[in-house]
Design a protein around this ligand. Structure first.
Ligand SMILES: *Cc1c(COP(=O)(O)O)cnc(C)c1O
Length: 407
């Protein structure tokens, strides 16, 4: 016994094995470099993270303050969300997508959609199940699957296919072991959009192979040039097999508040709710009250933000194209996704931009193997910072790197 106690601490790791399976954080190197530059007093223009630079609108903050002063909000919230919040989500979905939801059974409040996405794997898959995930894609799909003991299987997204997965190319063996399909359009990081026809194809593929779908619609409201993003629940009978994640973070500049929701299939909503009931006990009621205000009265905020993003997007795309890129203006999200010039990979080009011009972008490979060869610029920085980046990009004289490419 004594001996065991002695040897135990050395033999056994203090942390769980599942942490070892989390892929290395690909921005670590870049973060270190950025920290070093900042320390040296370099004025780093940070365009790596997608987090709206504008504040949450006052009418939302004021509603929150009012709710905060009401002691009835100080208790444990109903874990699945307040009925008022779930009704507001239902009304928003009906108004925005023409989708009818039962607020009691088909809506679940989340502590940001990331929380729901991460927990979805605990609710929906067993150890060893395969989860089909977009590559490149939001990293939580991968890591969430791994943490639940499931196996993420990357579906490569290529520019030539408009960044839509080719379901027919997935190995039959893989499909037979797959349980869950994750999709995200408008897409982070590729900025690609999917029409209702693709969502119909996805639902029929899933039904044919007995899969369930989680559709991440975090950018449904951040769309431009007349493009309107659909909900997967607009597909007939999608509710049989699908839930959709959405969030107040991106449209209403509320990333710090942590408020999102899942909607759709009753059984899936209930299962995710059971996990939440046992883990986090739900979203602070006063934040849900603020969220209701945003969902009901936030349309003007969204259009105002969109015109800001359009201005920045156009400025950046124009300048990149003057240098030598051949980019089309993205129809959605607040990112620009672009190939790296010849002679670089994602990481070396991101390092080059940081070292030579103090501009921080996200290397595409950080979102999966198929993101290699691309980088992502976020336009959630003030106009002056975008202008500063533009000035520095011009100075770099990257055009020579594009001239070699001409055939
Ligand atoms: C930002 C983002 C989310 C999560 O946002 P929350 O703030 O957690 O609601 C989910 N999916 C994608 C693709 C995102 O970019």
């Amino acid at each position: 016994m004594k001996q065991m106690l002695k040897t135990k601490p050395n033999q056994r790791s203090r942390t769980a094995k599942r942490l070892d399976r989390i892929p290395p954080y690909l921005f670590a190197e870049l973060d270190k470099k950025k920290a070093k530059f900042l320390e040296r007093g370099v004025d780093v223009v940070s365009l790596a993270i997608g987090d709206p630079d504008n504040p949450t609108p006052d009418f939302i903050i004021n509603k929150f303050k009012e709710a905060l002063s009401n002691p009835s909000t100080h208790h444990y919230p109903p874990y699945e969300g307040t009925l008022d919040f779930k009704r507001a989500v239902g009304e928003f979905y009906e108004r925005r997508f023409g989708v009818k939801l039962d607020p009691e059974k088909e809506v679940l409040a989340l502590i940001g959609s990331k929380e729901g996405i991460a927990h979805s794997f605990l609710a929906f898959v067993n150890e060893g199940d395969i989860v089909l995930v977009p590559d490149p894609g939001y990293p939580v799909y991968n890591v969430g699957a791994i943490m639940a003991g499931a196996e993420p299987y990357p579906m490569p997204l290529h520019e030539k296919n408009c960044y839509l997965p080719s379901f027919e190319k997935i190995d039959k063996n893989i499909i037979s072991k797959a349980k869950l399909l994750y999709l995200n359009y408008p897409s982070n990081p590729t900025t690609a959009v999917a029409g209702l026809e693709f969502l119909e194809e996805a639902v029929s593929f899933a039904k044919k192979h007995d899969l369930i779908i989680c559709y991440d619609n975090a950018y449904s409201e951040i769309t431009f040039d007349g493009y309107i993003a659909p909900s997967i629940l607009q597909v007939k009978d999608a509710k049989d097999i699908a839930i959709e994640f959405n969030s107040l973070s991106k449209p209403y500049n509320m990333t710090g508040w942590r408020l999102g929701y899942a909607v759709g299939n009753k059984e899936m909503i209930k299962a995710l709710g059971t996990i939440k009931n046992n883990v986090d006990s739900g979203v602070f009621t006063a934040i849900q009250v603020a969220g209701i205000e945003a969902l009901k009265k936030g349309d003007n905020v969204v259009s105002r933000m969109k015109s800001i993003y359009i201005r920045r997007r156009d400025r950046l795309v124009k300048v990149l194209n003057e240098i030598g890129w051949k980019l089309k203006a993205p129809k959605a999200t607040f990112y620009v996704w672009a190939p790296v010039p010849k002679g670089y990979d994602s990481t070396s080009f991101a390092s080059y931009l940081l070292e030579e011009s103090g501009i921080l972008v996200a290397p595409g490979v950080g979102y999966g193997k198929s993101g290699e060869g691309y980088f992502r610029i976020s336009i959630t920085a003030p106009d002056e910072r975008i202008e500063e980046a533009v000035k520095r990009l011009h100075k770099l004289d990257l055009s020579s790197k594009f001239e070699q490419e001409k055939h």
